[in-house]
Design a protein around this ligand. Sequence first.
Ligand SMILES: *Cc1c(COP(=O)(O)O)cnc(C)c1O
Length: 482
Amino acid sequence: MNAIENALRHLPSVDQLLRRNSLQALIAEAGREAVRDRLREVIAELRDEIADSNGEAARTADAGKITAEIELRLHSRFVRLQQSQTQRVINATGVVLHTNLGRAPLSRNALEAINQVAGNYCNLEYDLVTGKRGKRGTALQDMLAQLLGCEAAAVVNNCAAAVLITLNTLAEGGEVIVSRGELIEIGGSFRIPDVIAKSGARICEVGTTNRTRLSDYESAINEKTRVILRTHPSNYRILGFTEKPSLEDLTQLARTRNLPLFEDLGSGCLIDLEPLGIRGEPTVAYSIKAGCSLVAFSGDKLLGGPQAGIILGEAELIKRIKSNPLMRALRVDKLTHAALGATIASYMSGRAMKEIPALVALSATRETITRRARAFVRRAKNLTHALQLSLIDGFSVTGGGSAPEAQLPTTLISIKSERMKASEIEDRLRKNSPPVIARIVDDQLLLDLRTVSAAEEKELIDAIGRLRETEEGKRVHKKGRK
Ligand SMILES: *Cc1c(COP(=O)(O)O)cnc(C)c1O
């Protein structure tokens, strides 16, 4: 018998493995089918490895060792599967609207509203006054219109959907005029030229990358023009020799030529955030006052609510958008209605800066963060002397493609270790439960408490305590080898 055959003989069967006591807990949790499928994969993987190594891979292994190896690989597959489930993480990056981390955390009121409608029935499309079928989201749309001082509102799945349905409604088969300086890509493959193409309209580019004049728009208008599009270059800036017409001049032009002007604002800032040092984010109210026919923005960027796309503007145009068959495909569910309604209510009551977590995080001063960071380091140092914790000055950012150059002064907690590289600490924290997401600069791990809630601080300290265990484990290991 050759080495390969001999090695393969040691591989247990799937059925044998499924009967093992050590696998019963996993089977109960993940289901027999799933465990069986993963076992087959692991065994096939080992079979290939043994064959590739001419049996060498299993030369020293007996059946017991091979079984242990199979179980190890099986478990690590399920851990990976579990890690990839959507779950809570602690955001210690200081990026307030981190798109990869789910953007805005919701307010207590929004959570309470979701809780109410999610586990019960609700009047989503039912009119409690007449006892008849009602329209979805009427109250929310009225609130939005009232808050922003415009005629009407519509809510869709996200801002990308808002831009798509608006352009499709207004310009399908016709032309959309847009400045070459505003042919933006937001990331996640949202590109203005592609969205225009998908809306069924043709793009009519005017001006140059850095300079576009009112006269460029003017001379591009023809009988096929359906809409003038203005986009907010959220995540980049063109500096230096630049020019673009003011929003007022552009709306004036659109009005005299009887065309709608549609602005894609992206972030949708409802409160002027300049006092916080966040400059260059135009407010929604400003765009409406300047005379835009329609504006669109996200629900989960600076607004601080759930993922949604909000379209505001003239009643006649909003009515056309709502009767577009695409609306049914892009509409939002009861959870989003509840959360967005509660978030908008915070703005209406004037308590947004206190109640909405993203705004609370953005408005935290360096002094407040320093005080928290100092207390944090003191507590963490009591846990561990093996790690070096110190405070350094730094900046947090808004994120979510909003106000790219706004730097919010903060105090960072730096963690260094003699035995672990920053990347190793980062890896450990990421694999903590709950996972902690941090940043690395100049081979030191940095934590920014701006985006960490008071309730999460305790868990963050525990995570650092667990770093100490690995750290000390390494030291013991080293001594033992001497
Ligand atoms: C972020 C952004 C979008 C996309 O918004 P989503 O809500 O993520 O779909 C569109 N346009 C601009 C200008 C943006 O900044």
